[in-house]
Design a protein around this ligand. Structure first.
Ligand code: DHB
Ligand code: FE
Length: 316
């Protein structure tokens, strides 16, 4: 059976991709951002997922305003990097997992999530930047990726609750796939940011940190945040955070937070990153570094010990 072992969130600021492509990662401004992902790359290298599902949003690269699917699942064999105005980023072509993707599409549609199946798609910074942050810059990405593009660009985006429930359906789909695959799911975008208008540059660290806390401990509370509250508190583009709830819905209710990083700003955005492992299922940091469980004394052994102690007292 396939299973989801962990969830990861990460901002996808395009300037992070430009800093990598232009060899600026050692500059102090960028070093602050990249150093926060060093441990995450170690974690990913140890976790070695067989497949990643990356929940992200397309920024008018694959879908123009002519067609805006709410949820679009990439079922193709590969997804080339999109040209976002400066030529395609020099990153490897993303290889898909058409079999698992088709299985997820079938399962979630029969569970009444009418997603769009996409058999040809280019992927933009929304997907490639988080891939760099978690995998570095290898010649080939180390595992296949199933992209799930969510509309958070054209009103109305899906609600946080809908996203969370889609995560639940994705988990059920993955767990009904017969092959033993270990899957990591990404929720990308966020945190607070606003790119244009009078409030451009808005960042709300208090909102972001509470969001991170609740993502681990009380995600259902987050599913009740209305769109207007995201806009007011986290800026127009802060709405990208509903995508994190798809990731969270796909995990256990109780998860282990194995890593968190928050820094302000990267370009216009607050960078938020968290790694959550499913308890008892993960094979990353938490499960490997857990103290061995104490052996529970069996009833028989306890009785024998009590009898021995009594004999000692009588002898003494
Ligand atoms: C920025 C952030 C985004 O999420 C995005 O899609 C575009 C730009 C920024 O901070 O500049
Ligand atoms: Fe974005």
């Amino acid at each position: 059976m396939a299973r989801i072992v962990a969830g990861v969130t990460s901002s996808h600021v395009p300037a992070i991709g430009a800093a990598i492509d232009n060899h600026q990662t050692e500059e102090p401004y960028w070093k602050r951002v990249f150093s926060g992902f060093e441990k995450s790359k170690e974690w990913m290298a140890k976790t070695k997922p067989d497949v990643c599902i990356v929940v992200y949003n397309d920024h008018a690269s694959a879908f123009s305003v002519e067609i805006v699917p709410t949820f679009a699942l990439g079922c193709a064999a590969e997804f080339p990097p999109a040209d976002e105005g400066w030529g395609p980023r020099p990153v490897p072509v993303v290889k898909g997992h058409p079999q698992l993707a088709a299985h997820i599409a079938q399962s979630v549609i029969l569970d009444e999530f009418d997603i769009t199946v996409v058999n040809k798609m280019e992927v933009d910074h929304g997907l490639t930047v988080p891939m760099n942050l978690l995998f570095g810059s290898p010649k080939q990405w180390p595992c296949p990726v199933i992209p799930l593009a969510v509309n958070v660009v054209l009103y109305p985006p899906p609600t946080g609750h809908r996203c969370f429930m889609l995560g639940r359906a994705i988990r059920k789909a993955v767990e009904s796939y017969p092959e033993d695959l270990r899957v990591v799911i990404f929720g990308t975008g966020g945190m607070s940011h606003q790119i244009s208008g009078p409030r451009a540059g808005l960042i709300n660290s208090k909102f972001d940190k509470a969001f991170l806390d609740n993502l681990t401990k009380d995600p259902k509370k987050l599913t009740r945040i209305p769109h207007l509250e995201y806009m007011r508190e986290a800026g127009a583009e802060g709405i990208e955070m509903v995508m994190w709830l798809i990731m969270r819905g796909a995990l256990d209710d109780k998860v282990e937070e194995v890593y968190r990083f928050y820094t302000v700003p990267a370009s216009n955005t607050a960078v938020g990153h968290i790694i959550l492992e499913n308890r008892g299922r993960g094979s990353g940091f938490a499960s490997r570094h857990k103290a061995p469980a104490k052996r529970k004394p069996a009833a028989g052994r306890l009785k024998r010990a009590a009898a021995l102690a009594k004999a000692e007292r009588i002898r003494g």
